[in-house]
Write a protein that binds this ligand. Structure first.
Ligand code: SF4
Ligand code: F3S
Ligand code: FES
Length: 254
């Protein structure tokens, strides 16, 4: 394998540069194995994040041949010729392939990524029917790798920096459509803004890159539909009694 890797150490380098490495890789190895081999055998100064190695932790998001993804999910056999490895766009580079995900998690937290309840906790768990759970089971697969947000042209455009981005919206969808949640009016108020779901211009890049095959664009579309329905019913999102306990109807596309 020949890997052309983005390098930048702000403490040493005035500008970023690319360094090319040759590394032995079996067809069944993953690209992450090759990066590890570079770090262990050739250049211990190369920085990147990783943990699980199996598409679970979401920590190794990067741009591979121009497309955001997880190197732990990319087989060597899938590549021909030189492979370009760069950090995720949108975020500030801290060193080499490591970016500052602080703003990503701030936006994630801005959309209330937790269950909101008003009733006292039951003695046992909060029960839910399997068909209620199925409404958001795709969204549960999200591993917060940030590949979708980094790929979204709205997030990439500097003038729309405030847009929460698809990853935060997937988590917002997960709670908005959870039958146990009682905070839909607050959620809709957060989402009915250009910083929320209205910032999405249905550009589909998020869905294309999601390593967990989450229908991101469709879920954002369902949020928009829920906002529209709440307004049509005369309940301004954010006002008391704007509902949210009704089951969502299935939407085709956006
Ligand atoms: Fe990653 Fe997909 Fe979650 Fe976006 S929705 S953060 S791409 S797992
Ligand atoms: Fe961006 Fe995905 Fe919407 S790419 S504009 S969040 S559909
Ligand atoms: Fe955990 Fe790739 S290393 S998702």
């Amino acid at each position: 394998m020949v890997l052309k890797v983005f390098r930048y150490d702000p403490e040493k380098d005035e500008v970023p540069y690319y360094r090319t490495y040759e590394v032995n890789g079996e067809p069944s190895d993953r690209l992450l194995d090759c990066l590890n081999r570079i770090r262990w055998e050739q250049d211990p100064t190369l920085s990147f994040r990783m943990s699980c190695g199996h598409g679970i932790c979401g920590s190794d998001g990067m741009r591979i041949n121009g497309v955001c993804g997880l190197p732990c999910q990319k087989l060597v056999s899938a590549f021909e010729g030189e492979v370009l490895v760069e950090p995720l766009p949108v975020f500030r580079v801290m060193k080499d392939l490591v970016v500052d995900l602080g703003p990503f998690f701030e936006k994630y937290r801005s959309l209330a990524p937790y269950l909101i309840t008003r009733r006292a906790a039951p003695e046992r768990e909060r029960c839910q029917l399997p068909e209620e759970q199925r409404l958001f089971e795709d969204a549960i697969r999200c591993i917060l790798c940030a590949c979708c947000t980094a790929s979204c042209p709205v997030n990439q455009a500097k003038e729309t920096e405030a847009y929460a981005g698809p990853a935060a919206l997937v988590r917002a969808f997960r709670y908005l459509f959870d039958s146990r949640d009682e905070g839909s009016s607050e959620r809709l108020a957060l989402l009915d803004r250009k910083e929320g779901a209205l910032g999405c211009r249905t550009l589909w890049k998020c869905t294309e890159v999601c390593p967990k095959q989450i229908p991101v664009t469709k879920e954002i579309g369902q949020i928009k539909k829920r906002i529209y329905e709440a307004k049509k019913a005369g309940n301004k999102p954010g006002s008391p009694g704007s509902g949210g306990d009704e089951p969502p109807r299935e939407e085709e596309g956006t």
